[in-house]
Design a protein around this ligand. Structure first.
Ligand SMILES: [Zn+2]
Length: 424
């Protein structure tokens, strides 16, 4: 049985309030608390639930639909309590802020500014607004900007709340056209091996390896090292503000490049039949025994998780599912014979100590990741009798053009059975 999933996301943002009335928003969250409490109190008294919204709304100093949303949430909590009574009976005597829940274009509104920011306007109280711009992760802002400009997306309810004294807005968005295919319903697994200066991809189906690609991005590594040196220099000179500016610039540069690379990965994957993109779960790696210096380096050298995350959500916009596997030994295992040994690998060169298979080591890792993905989906792993020649593309600083550089099969495998590898 397969189920496609509606593409629903909750995006968390910080509120950069520019209307200079943060206390108004805080007051509204206190008012939301009293609406919540009053709803629970009436429900406990046995008042007909259908009558509660109007009774509460009459006294509440909130926008009407916001009151209704808070009442609905309180009644939802009561319903949960009755259905699963181990939840604990909702309290009507707590104080403090309660999330202000609002319908889009009724209780709150969003718009794109000329600067590319997302401006918000929250009706905290009737005819009283809190305005400003949203701050948040690049990925969340990217999704929200897309949602604001596209008919494919529906912006739903949001909650304004205080988290560690900071005002936040949590926005629900749904993609109305797109569903993410159930990963069990895939026909191709794309293994993604992320490194400091490249990402290696291998598409594997039940028939064997469909294709491999290595996307080089040496300028990300180069720029990060350059910024690192610059930051060190100004830090030693005690110029912290310049340090922060540089850090911001570096971050924007890296994020911009990672977005481009992640787009490239998704586009490449789309050429295959029903792809599922598979990543190494680096979180799991931290707990695993064989940590390895390579992984250690990788964890610290590049925002790998950012690249994985960008790729994963861009893939989901195209309906492509993602899966995560344990990264253990993916860089040491020979994809041809399965022999696993650290000495198999020497930087970018893989040379199996057992069968003599030679390969670009990152491509080999992406094959292993794809194989683990296939196992995770419970397919039969096809026999890998030969690997295709590795193709490389280089993302240039301009970003616009990819110059494909087809590498020649300069090194042949030890066995004369058509297995091929490449040197760098
Ligand atoms: Zn081998």
């Amino acid at each position: 049985m397969t189920d496609s999933q509606a593409l629903v996301k909750t995006l968390d943002f910080q509120l950069d309030i520019q209307s200079d009335n943060e206390s108004l928003l805080y007051d509204a969250t206190l008012e939301a608390r009293s609406v919540y409490n009053e709803t629970i109190r009436l429900a406990k008294q046995g008042v007909d639930w259908d009558a509660i919204p109007d009774r509460v709304a009459d006294d509440a100093n909130l926008v009407k639909n916001t009151t209704q949303r808070v009442v609905a949430k309180a009644l939802g909590a009561m319903e949960n309590y009755y259905e699963y009574d181990d939840f604990g009976k909702p309290s009507h005597t707590k104080d403090g802020a309660y999330p202000l829940r609002a319908n889009y274009e009724e209780g709150y509104n969003l718009s794109l500014t000329d600067d590319g920011d997302v401006a918000f306007r929250i009706s905290a109280k009737p005819y009283k607004h809190v305005t400003g711009v949203l701050k948040g992760s690049d990925a969340n802002l990217d999704i929200l900007q897309t949602a604001l400009e596209s008919d494919e997306w529906k912006i739903g309810t949001a909650e304004a709340l205080f988290h560690n004294d900071n005002a936040e807005l949590h926005v629900n968005v749904t993609n109305t056209e797109q569903t993410v295919r159930d990963k069990q319903d895939s026909r191709t697994v794309v293994g993604v091996d992320v490194n400091e200066d490249n990402v290696a991809l291998t598409a594997l189906s039940e028939d064997g390896i469909e294709d491999s690609l290595v996307i080089d991005f040496p300028e990300i590594k180069f720029e990060r090292h350059r910024y690192f040196t610059m930051r060190k220099r100004v830090q030693n000179a005690g110029k912290d503000s310049i340090h922060d500016t540089l850090e911001g610039r570096e971050e924007r540069f890296v994020r911009d490049r990672l977005h481009k690379v992640s787009r490239h990965i998704v586009e490449w994957s789309r050429q295959f039949e029903k792809p599922c993109i598979v990543f190494e779960d680096l979180k799991e790696m931290r707990d695993s025994i064989d940590y390895g210096t390579r992984m250690n380096r990788r964890l610290h050298h590049l925002p790998f998780r950012a690249l994985q995350f960008y790729t994963s959500y861009k893939a989901s916009f195209k309906g492509i599912p993602t899966a995560w596997i344990n990264p253990e030994y993916t860089s040491q295992r020979c994809p041809m014979c399965g022999h696993t040994e650290r000495a198999n690998r020497n930087k970018k060169r893989f040379n199996c100590r057992d069968c003599g298979h030679q390969d670009h080591s990152d491509r080999g890792a992406s094959v292993n990741i794809a194989v683990k993905g296939v196992k995770k989906l419970d397919w039969n792993v096809p026999a890998l009798n030969s690997l295709p020649v590795v193709r490389k593309v280089r993302r240039r600083a301009s970003g616009a053009v990819d110059a494909p550089t087809v590498t020649q099969p300069t090194v042949r495998g030890y066995q004369a059975d058509g297995r091929m590898g490449v040197s760098d």
